[in-house]
Design a protein around this ligand. Structure first.
Ligand code: NAP
Length: 263
């Protein structure tokens, strides 16, 4: 299916690897012009080359730590210069530190907030007005299954991503009549470096062998496997498509059926 977004312009955050890069590649395959951002210049360069090979007509990169206010302000200037306007905005950033709610200090809650919330608000404020004027826009935020079902040991993710989701749901209502859709995409467990690190820590804590732990863990996923980054990117690209114009204010799980609720 042609998603009818060829020639659109997208800013993809945290796109040097993992889920962000997967979304960038899926958009590249649809002929979208891209600006990719993350902290690592080398990884970004590699991701940009892959996006060009995947079919993007133009790929720019900008090194930015999305948790820093001044770096975000600079990013906004660079994006305006390079892309002029943004049709598609993909929110993503590295995951917060795993903690138990009981053990999380005020400073850690604060850091989690700084990591996950302000970038979404600031980039929306920068690029939404033009989307509304043009009567077309797509905003997709990578969140987590933790929003739909809190995950033990990921207290900061559970709390802060829920706040981001509520903020975006509120905003989606305010701009839906202008042709701008805003959705969240909630990964269950997709095969990335972050997943690898999280699983290694859990296996170490469990005292089980890797094989035994993974066999037990995969029983909790009806698909009985981890997701592939390509499967995740494809769903995000669909949410950015012309065809998804009536999907807004939603959280779409990409989790192999792991979520237990019916909604
Ligand atoms: P990943 O493989 O570790 O990739 C993280 C990406 O974020 C990298 O491109 C990294 O690039 C970038 N990044 C990290 N901190 C940044 C910062 N301060 N500023 C700018 N870019 C930053 O992680 P992932 O698995 O793709 O996960 C992406 C997000 O989805 C995370 O928030 C994660 O918690 C969440 N999530 C993932 C899964 C999953 O199954 N993979 C499940 C639930 C939730 P640089 O290091 O170059 O900056």
């Amino acid at each position: 299916m042609d998603f009818q977004i060829s020639g659109k312009k997208a800013l993809v955050c945290a796109a040097s690897k993992g889920l962000g890069k997967a979304i960038a590649l899926a958009l590249a395959g649809e002929g979208v012009e891209l600006l990719l951002t993350a902290r690592s210049a080398d990884l970004l360069k590699g991701a940009a080359e892959e996006c060009t090979q995947a079919g993007s007509p133009k790929v720019a990169t900008h090194v930015c730590d999305l948790t820093e206010n001044s770096a975000r302000a600079q990013l906004i200037e660079v994006v305006r210069k390079q892309l002029q306007h943004v049709d598609i905005l993909v929110h993503n950033v590295g995951g917060p530190k795993p903690t138990m709610a009981l053990d999380t200090s005020v400073e850690e809650w604060q850091k989690g907030y700084e990591q996950l919330f302000p970038a979404v608000a600031q980039l929306n404020m920068a690029f939404l007005p033009e989307m509304r004027k043009r009567k077309w826009g797509r905003i997709v935020a990578v969140t987590s299954l933790s929003v739909l079902e809190p995950i033990a040991g990921l207290a900061i993710s559970n709390a802060m991503r829920s706040a981001v989701t509520a903020m975006l749901k509120t905003l989606a209502d305010e701009v839906a009549a202008d042709g701008v859709t805003i959705n969240c995409i909630a990964p269950g467990l997709i095969n990335t470096d972050r997943t690898d690190a999280l699983m290694k820590a859990r296996i170490e804590k469990s005292g089980q062998s890797q094989d035994d732990y993974m066999r037990d863990y995969l029983k909790s996923i009806p698909a009985q496997r981890l997701g592939d980054t390509g499967e995740f990117g494809a769903v995000a690209a669909f949410l950015c498509s012309q065809q998804a114009s009536y999907v807004t204010g939603s959280t779409i799980a990409v989790d192999g059926g792991k979520r237990r609720s019916t909604y």
